[in-house]
Design a binder for this molecule. Structure first.
Ligand SMILES: *Cc1c(COP(=O)(O)O)cnc(C)c1O
Length: 377
């Protein structure tokens, strides 16, 4: 998004502002499909749950990964153009409930939809059998998350050694296991994680076959890296390796799903904020802006992500600190930004802030989340 348009939008709508460009959403989705043609993308709604984004991906042909009843309903509401009957039949084609741990009440709310849900432990099987007997199951495997920006393997995933026992246990509880899933960790730039995960999954497929269970689908999860900077390997390169391994280890008619979140939305949003204060502390220039880590910049804390700030002004730069508007010292966007001399009221912006940002905004200290505008819808 060019600076002129950003400034115009900021002046029209006020700041703090987040601009979501739906042209970029469609391009990212098209890239994903182009380079991973065998893989149906289930957009991970938690990365950015704006209904406008859900609709754009739905229109482009995407399916959805949800992890709460609220996310499930956001998606279900937005696929209303499908007739009721088809929505029931096609729910597995459209939605996977990919949170391995589900409260009993959640399962009861989901059961009428005959959902496809993930699990990774024995207690969950018993719970699903009792509260969502119409669900289809996908076993989540624990896989290496080495080097990923956000690690998930400590919280979820069955060990490969117990995988087949968990499949047999589900069948003994009158539940059908449709396939396997895994997650290599978010912003995964280490291709080896995908290679090892696919190999582990393949050996579980074989072992299940010896039990007489023919698994039908493989869900390769999320983790596909957004191009935050040039250290991130090209998606094309990663995809080439994944395709090769998929064709070698999971021949047709095994269905392949993925749950990309960050890859589809990160580059589609830009945040614009305004300078509301300026001070020199310990010889260092400090800017205070009207958006921070409790709002759009929440990814600095929760996503281990940095968003370089840019000025609309030119001129010699110096290393500055940039703080959010709240009274908390944790509300620090950066202690080392290269910025030119700016005045109160000047605008700054941060690109690639579409994933895990506005999604976890709070109202802390009375500062509400930034306004969001959608362009090129
Ligand atoms: C968060 C999450 C995703 C999305 O991950 P990205 O790294 O953003 O692609 C996909 N699947 C599951 C189960 C998740 O928890």
């Amino acid at each position: 998004m060019d600076e002129k348009t950003l400034l115009r939008l900021a002046k029209t709508h006020g700041t703090p502002l987040v601009v979501v460009d739906h042209k970029v959403l469609r391009e990212n989705y098209a890239q994903f499909r182009k380079y991973l043609p065998r893989v149906q993308a289930y957009y991970a709604v938690k990365a950015n749950p704006a209904p406008e984004i859900v609709r754009t991906f739905h229109d482009a042909g995407a399916s959805f990964d949800v992890a709460s009843v609220a996310e499930f309903l956001t998606v279900h509401e937005n696929i209303k153009d499908l007739p009721e009957e088809q929505r029931q039949n096609f729910i597995w084609d459209r939605i996977i409930y990919a949170n391995p741990i589900k409260a009993a009440e959640t399962l009861e709310q989901l059961d009428p939809y005959k959902p496809l849900v993930t699990y990774d432990n024995y207690e969950e099987v018993i719970k699903i059998g009792r509260h969502a007997p119409h669900a289809g199951l996908v076993l989540r495997l624990g896989v290496p998350n080495t080097g990923s920006m956000v690690e998930l393997s400590s919280k979820f995933g069955a060990s490969p050694g117990e995988a087949v026992d968990l499949i047999a246990f589900a069948r003994n509880n009158k539940l059908e296991v449709e396939g396997l899933s895994f997650h290599v960790g978010s912003q995964c730039t280490n291709i080896q994680n995908y290679i090892q995960a696919l190999q582990l999954a393949s050996s579980v497929f074989s072992e299940a076959r010896t039990l007489g269970v023919e698994l039908k689908l493989l869900d390769i999860g999320g983790g596909f890296p957004a191009h935050y900077d040039d250290t991130v390997p090209a998606f094309r390169t990663l995809a080439r390796v994944i395709n090769r391994e998929l064709d070698r280890l999971f021949p047709q008619p095994i269905e392949i799903l993925a749950e990309p979140g960050r890859f589809l939305v990160a580059s589609a949003a830009t945040a614009v904020a305004q300078i509301i204060g300026k001070a020199v502390r310990g010889g260092k220039l400090c800017y205070y802006v009207n958006d921070g880590v409790y709002q759009t910049f929440s990814g600095v804390i929760f996503d281990h992500c940095q968003y370089p700030l840019k000025s609309f002004k030119n001129g010699p730069t110096q290393i500055c600190s940039v703080f959010g508007p709240t009274c908390d010292a944790l509300d620090t966007i950066s202690l080392a930004e290269e910025l030119p001399d700016m005045d109160l009221g000047d605008f700054v912006y941060a690109q690639n802030i579409g994933a895990y940002s506005a999604a976890s905004s709070t109202y802390f200290n009375g500062f509400p989340p930034a306004r969001v505008v959608h362009v090129n819808q």
